[in-house]
Ligand binder design. Structure first.
Ligand code: COA
Length: 372
């Protein structure tokens, strides 16, 4: 198993936001626990972040991109409505043997994708699955709307799942949905229900719209409920859980969940202060940070739990693996991967150049025929 994360360099602090809309650092920290968020720059799309996280996960697992058989990108901010962002990631990794698709389950997306990846491996159909949660929420929030603009950030996190006979990995998963709550958190326009038009743009219908209070109530209820159920399904009790890694939407929601579960807050991984709500990326980013700084130890039990648009919720229990790749092999493999990424970029450039040239020559021929 490997893990990786990627966030844009640019940081937007609460004070930066206070210069843009009528808000304050004090209000944001008190109501949400958020102090700053990372946001993409002009021209930086979701694929760039997903790719950064994916490469780090492959590095960590010392895996060859060509071993990957399936790539799932959980996102609600794909680069384009089509094709899937996962296909861009697949291509840039040189993962030539992988199928790739996007999955949209809002902020629960990563845990949904993890459940799908685990099921694909458990069924015996695939051996190596790359699961990514990536979102650029800064591209869909209305920067004039203080009730949503202060909450979100951009980022990506990834895990590489590999079939194993050892007793670690995903022990249980739980997925849930209640579409009756669709209007509580949505981007109304740009899909088939409200096609993109001048009017929808003028009305701001391509931005996130949210009923904060109702979403808060839903989250504060679902987070502990889903945790309790998935832990029971894994055959464990809450006492046996070392870390709960919840969706990072609001520190108050996490505190309320800790209270309901009667667990100390120290057992929760919380980093919403540094990243804000990065949607599908929030759980894997928190997972990566806790794994990187040594909080998560081999053999420990983790609960990953998310909630979000749909409405959706999802939870998973993991037993953290032990193996670390051999250093010398890893150095050679690193060179191989770097070469593969360069080749993938070169091949893409050639492919696109050639296909544009073919189209241009075709048009020229047509014009010539018409002229003749
Ligand atoms: N800065 C300053 N004031 C703000 C503000 C901001 N950024 N956003 C809202 N306010 C104001 C409101 O206008 C309101 O003013 P009023 O009393 O004069 O009408 C007041 O603060 C209280 O607003 P309210 O919406 O009741 O605040 P709240 O305590 O419910 O906190 C959220 C708002 C959004 C932080 C909270 O509801 C929340 O976290 N909800 C869940 C959101 C979430 O998790 N979404 C993602 C799910 S994946």
């Amino acid at each position: 198993m490997g893990w990786g994360k990627c966030v844009p360099e640019k940081v937007l602090t609460n004070d930066d936001l206070a210069a843009m809309v009528d808000t304050s650092d004090e209000w944001i920290v008190e109501r949400t626990g958020i102090r700053q968020r990372h946001v993409v720059g002009e021209g930086q799309a979701t694929t760039a972040l997903a790719l950064g996280a994916a490469r780090e996960a492959l590095e960590r697992a010392d895996a060859d991109p060509r071993e990957v058989e399936l790539i799932i990108v959980a996102t609600l901010t794909p680069d384009h409505p089509m094709p899937a962002t996962a296909c861009q990631v697949q291509n840039a990794l040189g993962a030539t043997r992988a199928g790739a698709f996007d999955l949209n389950a809002g902020c629960s997306g990563f845990v949904y994708a993890l459940a799908m990846g685990e099921a694909a491996i458990a069924a015996g159909t695939y051996r190596t699955v790359l699961v990514i949660g990536a979102d650029t929420m800064s591209t869909v929030v209305d920067w004039q709307d203080r009730s949503t603009a202060v909450l979100f950030g951009d980022g990506a996190g990834a895990v590489l799942l590999q079939a194993t006979l050892e007793e670690h990995g995903v022990l249980a998963t739980l997925l849930g949905s209640d579409g009756a709550g669709d209007e509580l958190l949505m981007i109304p326009a740009g899909g088939s229900a409200q096609r993109a038009s001048h009017d929808t743009v003028a009305a701001g219908l391509h931005h996130v719209q949210m009923n904060g209070r109702q979403v808060y109530r839903f989250a504060a209820r679902m987070l502990p409920e889903a945790t309790e159920v998935v832990v029971r399904d894994a055959g464990l009790t809450l006492d046996a859980v070392d870390w709960i890694i919840p969706h990072q939407a609001n520190a108050r929601i996490i505190e309320a969940a800790a209270q309901r579960l009667q667990l100390p807050l120290e057992r929760f991984v919380i980093n919403v202060d540094a990243y804000g709500n990065t949607s599908a990326a929030s759980v894997p980013i928190a997972l990566c940070e806790a794994a990187d700084d040594g909080r998560i130890q081999p053999g420990q039990h983790l609960v990953l739990v998310g909630f979000g648009a749909g409405l959706t919720w999802a939870a998973a229990v993991l037993r953290w693996p032990t193996a670390a790749p051999e250093a010398q092999r890893a150095a050679l493999h690193r060179i191989w991967r770097a070469w593969l990424y360069r080749w993938a970029a070169l091949r893409t450039g050639l492919w696109r150049g050639l296909s544009r040239l073919t189209i241009w020559l075709g048009r020229l021929k047509q014009r010539g025929r018409r002229g003749g």
